[in-house]
Design a protein. Structure first.
Length: 258
């Protein structure tokens, strides 16, 4: 939801019919968190009884639709229009790379690859943990750093996460099963960055790092890095990567008839 930034979030009718299910509570909590921070309206569909209307209000809905309010049909001649739904101004487009975005507002520390690895693995582990797995976006500089072990970890995470992506020079569209990929050239500013970004309903974190130009052995390669758990800043860094994952527009339109 933070990436799509909807003005209205609709609660499926099945949630009203299963208010005691843990899955319902998880969805309602995530929707409520988004609506509170964004100002979006929450709409419940399929309201057929007064009890379901009460359940919808309990779930945070301020707009309802369903037979409880009337059957489908033409509006009466003098029907009054209801309150206008809010229009949520979308966030501005992110400019710069994740490291540039975060380092402008957070302190930068210099360290080695070997010391950054535990922090990176910790954020990856958060993506596969719990009942509300977050989105995981990662930059690996070059395909050779996306090792077989890393590919296996990302495949496991992708089995439950709504979106897992790996970006790097010479990485394909699907570098591992279920993992979205994107490639960039060696001249791209992202080529020098190692980023791990995690965004979930109630959790957000970003580790952003930029390599220094030296010839140290792999584990001793030096990076300037910053770490943030500021949700707005993490989302800004994540939005900088999402356009790179969008499919290229097709130059041909294929029409089929059934």
């Amino acid at each position: 939801m933070p990436f799509l930034h909807p003005d209205v979030v609709k609660l499926d009718m099945q949630l009203l019919r299963e208010p005691d299910e843990p899955r319902t509570a998880r969805v309602v909590a995530a929707v409520g968190a988004y609506a509170e921070t964004s100002g979006a309206a929450v709409l419940a569909e399929g309201i057929e009884t007064a009890r379901q209307a009460m359940a919808a209000r309990t779930m945070g809905a301020t707009i309802g639709q369903g037979w409880h309010y009337g059957r489908p049909g033409p509006l009466p001649e003098h029907a009054r229009a209801g309150a206008q739904l809010p229009f949520i101004e979308p966030p501005p487009l992110s400019t710069g790379t994740p490291f540039e975005i975060v380092s402008r507002r957070r302190p930068v520390t210099r360290t080695t690859k070997s010391l950054l690895m535990p922090m990176s693995r910790h954020l990856e582990a958060l993506s596969g943990d719990g009942t509300e797995p977050p989105v995981l976006l990662a930059c690996f500089q070059e395909a050779r750093h996306f090792s077989a072990a890393t590919a296996a970890r990302f495949t496991r995470i992708a089995a439950n996460s709504p979106l897992v992506a790996a970006l790097g020079t010479d990485l394909g569209d699907e570098p591992a099963p279920g993992v979205h990929g994107a490639s960039f050239s060696a001249a791209d500013p992202l080529h020098g960055e190692w980023n791990v970004i995690v965004v979930g309903p109630h959790r957000a974190a970003a580790l952003v790092a930029r390599e220094l130009p030296d010839d140290a052995p792999d584990r001793d390669r030096r990076f300037d890095f910053a770490l943030t758990h500021d949700r707005a800043l993490v989302l800004e860094a994540a939005r900088a990567l999402l356009p790179r994952l969008a499919p290229a527009p097709s130059t041909h339109l294929l029409l089929t008839r059934s």
